[in-house]
Design a protein around this ligand. Structure first.
Ligand SMILES: Nc1ncnc2c1ncn2[C@@H]1O[C@H](COP(=O)(O)OP(=O)(O)OP(=O)(O)O)[C@@H](O)[C@H]1O
Ligand code: SF4
Ligand SMILES: [Mg+2]
Length: 376
């Protein structure tokens, strides 16, 4: 192991308790640049060869700041879970970098990652599948402490009981097994396990999608409490925009392996500039916007294959504003004029920032748009 890594291990060990005292809130906790994950596609007979690649994540860049909740949204198959797995380094990227607290961890080995393993945790969609049915809740929640050799003051059992209380479970249920709990309670066990090592970043991949609607709000509220009170940064992956809006201060929208728009929650929900974001937002019920002014955009067609995505802008095959330029040039993710700092959009012909102007501007029928054939 290099000196740099062992130095970091010492530094991390001295700072396993949160409070994030050593972190400047203006400095990103995690910095992701041009991140790619391509899965090879094999074919041919009798000898199988690589004949292509699923471009699951194809050049995403964003920062996660200490203590913030960043939502990651997009349709099924757009690369959200793959991005989450890359951030937690459950997978190695094909290309690009992930820096955590200033150190490039993109290609770190398992051993090199061990000092920061405790700081980056993941919560999965299916609480049942992610808990070992043969272990008691006490064993499940204390195992990360055991693996990492952490002995909290008062002992591991006391810490587990404290964690059970934190997530709203009865500390007396320490010796019970996962099947003795409901779905919502199991997800609380998953949250307690993720909190056991006092992480600085939690990647939560669809943490409430498998739960009953009535239970979803309780678990989201618990995660929000944890995020705010313990100052833990969250990357919250979901396809339910209402949940993301409730939970996240910033939101990144993914389409076919790329981030097409990223902004603070208010800017994104009230002034989306990318047509895809606009279409997604138009389907979210909104108490703040007059229902008559809120037009609903129905996205036509299927998401293209990530094996051979469209040239230029990947959304162009479903975009009602698409023009020749959209097929020829990939739009860069940039801050458009009039947008707030950090509101970035990847579109050649962005939506107007105001609701009134957008209502007049929209051409729902792509054929009509093609007939008009004029630049915006
Ligand atoms: N291990 C893998 N091997 C090959 N292709 C994969 C693998 N994992 C994911 N993919 C593909 O990568 C793309 C992105 O998948 P991913 O699971 O990241 O999407 P997602 O946005 O999380 O979708 P969902 O909302 O359905 O969970 C999909 O086309 C998927 O089929
Ligand atoms: S770049 Fe063109 S195709 Fe892509 S979202 Fe913008 S207008 Fe639509
Ligand atoms: Mg997923």
């Amino acid at each position: 192991m290099s000196d740099a890594v062992s130095d970091e291990k010492t530094a991390v060990a001295a700072d396993t308790i949160p409070g994030q005292r050593d972190m400047d809130p203006a400095e990103p906790l995690m910095r992701v640049r041009d991140l790619k994950k391509h899965f090879p596609v094999k074919g041919g007979f009798p000898i199988k060869r690589t004949i292509g690649a699923v471009q699951a994540v194809d050049g995403v860049s964003f920062d996660v700041f200490p203590g913030e909740a960043l939502g990651l949204v997009g349709e099924s198959g757009c690369g959200k879970s793959t991005t989450g797995r890359l951030l937690t380094r459950l997978m190695e990227p094909t290309q690009g970098t992930i820096s955590y607290r200033g150190k490039d961890i993109s290609r770190s080995t398992r051993r090199q990652l061990s000092p920061i393993r405790s700081e980056i945790q993941m919560i999965f969609q299916d609480p049942y599948a992610s808990l070992n049915p043969r272990q008691t809740v006490g064993t499940i929640i204390s195992s990360p402490m055991e693996i990492n050799g952490i002995n909290p003051p008062g002992g591991r059992e006391a810490r587990v009981r404290e964690l059970l209380e934190t997530v709203g479970l009865n500390p007396e249920h320490y010796n019970r097994f996962p099947h003795e709990f409901s779905g919502g309670q199991r997800q609380r066990i998953g949250v307690a396990r993720a909190l056991a090592l006092k992480p600085k970043l939690i990647v939560a991949d669809e943490p409430v999608s498998a739960l009953d609607v009535s239970i979803q709000a309780q678990v989201v509220n618990l995660l929000q409490e944890v995020q705010r009170e313990m100052g833990i940064a969250f990357v919250f992956i979901a396809h339910d925009l209402a949940v993301v809006r409730h939970f996240s201060q910033r939101v990144a929208v993914m389409y076919l392996g790329k981030i097409v728009e990223i902004a603070d929650r208010t800017s994104l929900y009230t002034g989306p500039r990318h047509p895809y974001t606009h279409a997604l937002m138009s389907a979210v019920p909104d108490a703040d916007i007059d229902a008559e002014k809120k037009e609903r955009i129905r996205l036509e067609g299927d998401v293209p294959s990530p094996i051979s995505p469209p040239s230029g802008c990947r959304f162009r095959t479903r975009c009602w504003k698409a023009q020749d330029k959209c097929a020829q040039e990939e739009p860069p993710l940039i801050q458009l004029s009039g947008n707030t700092e950090g509101h970035l959009t990847a579109c050649h012909f962005p939506e107007d920032p105001t609701i009134e102007a957008r209502a007049e501007d929209i051409v729902l029928d792509p054929a009509l748009a093609a007939l008009e054939g004029e630049d915006d």
